[in-house]
Design a binder for this molecule. Structure first.
Ligand SMILES: Cc1cc2nc3c(=O)[nH]c(=O)nc-3n(C[C@H](O)[C@H](O)[C@H](O)COP(=O)(O)OP(=O)(O)OC[C@H]3O[C@@H](n4cnc5c(N)ncnc54)[C@H](O)[C@@H]3O)c2cc1C
Length: 304
């Protein structure tokens, strides 16, 4: 064991949670692509998460937080340092029209809970296979709205491990970026609107039906690979550039939605990035537009 690994192992000895070395991240991402994390740490409580942040800072180890893995491309060589999962922060607490959800609550279960309480608003996130922490970090959204539209406060760990509660006004979220700036989301409080559960359910259903008809929702993807350029749709530009069904190895541009790349089974991160380059080049030639990645890259030069 290298010296830093030994120090990490010792420093996390009393941690409540799981600490494992050399863990494959493939099955923890929707794409099912990527290598291993040097360390995977799954703290049970927010205080344990705080310990992980402080230990990594003291040992100068890179720390990444994994949510639902639905917007991640992990390098075939994996990632160095520590990956932390917050799945144990999985409680939802109701206070009148407010719901406070842990970072490890899945968005679909939060939506079901909100519907059962007769609280509307979060239906905008129907079909987003995220965890609450990831939805906040990415300011996940649809044409109907974004995560921050209903957010009133966040409990976060600052980069130095300090635990702070911040109001919505402390953030400047943008399109697909919650503006957390290195802070880790532990809990999020949403303010919703009372409504009839049946009406909320009908909106879910309508939205799911739309998604199923237009997106390859059951395939291995990251959702939209590229951000939409101002006033346009990346999917439209890719489709008009003739990129549907273009492929690199085991990764193919979906025939159903051109901004989705699908891993057909044997795809690698190198295939995925090769296809990104090919599609970007075609769109650049065709429209003079430089597409920007929405998918988060882990373990690549210049990535997260
Ligand atoms: C089929 C499909 C459909 C999709 N549809 C949509 C859609 O309609 N709209 C949309 O916006 N996105 C969509 N996505 C993309 C994805 O679901 C969102 O980007 C989502 O917000 C990612 O959340 P996650 O929990 O999976 O995060 P991950 O993919 O695990 O991580 C994404 C980023 O968030 C960070 N992060 C995760 N948890 C935390 C935390 N607790 N604190 C701080 N940072 C954290 C990670 O470090 C990483 O940088 C779709 C993806 C798929 C596969």
């Amino acid at each position: 064991m290298a010296a830093n690994d030994r120090r990490l192992s010792l420093a996390l000895e009393g941690l409540r949670g799981a600490v494992r070395q050399n863990v494959s991240l493939q099955s923890m991402t929707h794409l099912r692509i990527g290598g291993s994390a040097d360390w995977l740490v799954e703290p049970y409580t927010e205080v344990d998460a705080q310990t992980v942040v402080r230990v990594c800072r003291d040992l100068d180890l890179p720390l990444r937080v994994l949510g639902g893995g639905s917007n991640l491309l992990v390098a075939d060589e994996g990632v160095r340092g520590v990956v932390m999962r917050l799945d144990a922060l999985n409680r939802v607490v109701r206070d009148d029209v407010r719901l406070t959800a842990g970072a490890g609550v899945t968005v679909p279960s939060l939506l079901r809970g909100a519907r059962d309480c007769g609280l509307a608003g979060l239906e905008i996130l129907t079909g987003v296979p995220a965890m609450v922490g990831g939805a906040v970090a990415m300011n996940a959204g649809t044409l109907d709205g974004e995560t921050f539209d209903h957010l009133v406060s966040l409990t976060v760990l600052q980069p130095d491990g300090e635990l702070t509660v911040l109001g919505r006004e402390d953030f400047a979220p943008r399109y697909r970026d919650g503006g957390l700036a290195g802070r880790i989301c532990l809990h999020a409080t949403f303010e919703l609107t009372p409504d009839d559960p049946q009406r909320i359910f009908e909106r879910f259903e309508a939205s799911l039906k739309r998604r199923n008809a237009t997106q390859p929702v059951t395939e291995r993807s990251v959702g939209c690979v590229f951000r939409n350029p101002e006033g346009d749709s990346a999917g439209r530009l890719i489709e008009r550039s003739g990129c549907k069904l273009m492929r690199r190895g085991g990764v193919v541009v979906s025939g159903k939605h051109a901004n989705y790349f699908v891993n057909e089974g044997e795809g690698t991160a190198a295939d995925f990035l090769g296809l990104v380059d090919d599609v970007r080049e075609r769109v650049r030639q065709e429209f003079g537009v430089e597409l920007e990645l929405e998918v988060q890259l882990w373990g690549f030069d210049g990535g997260d």
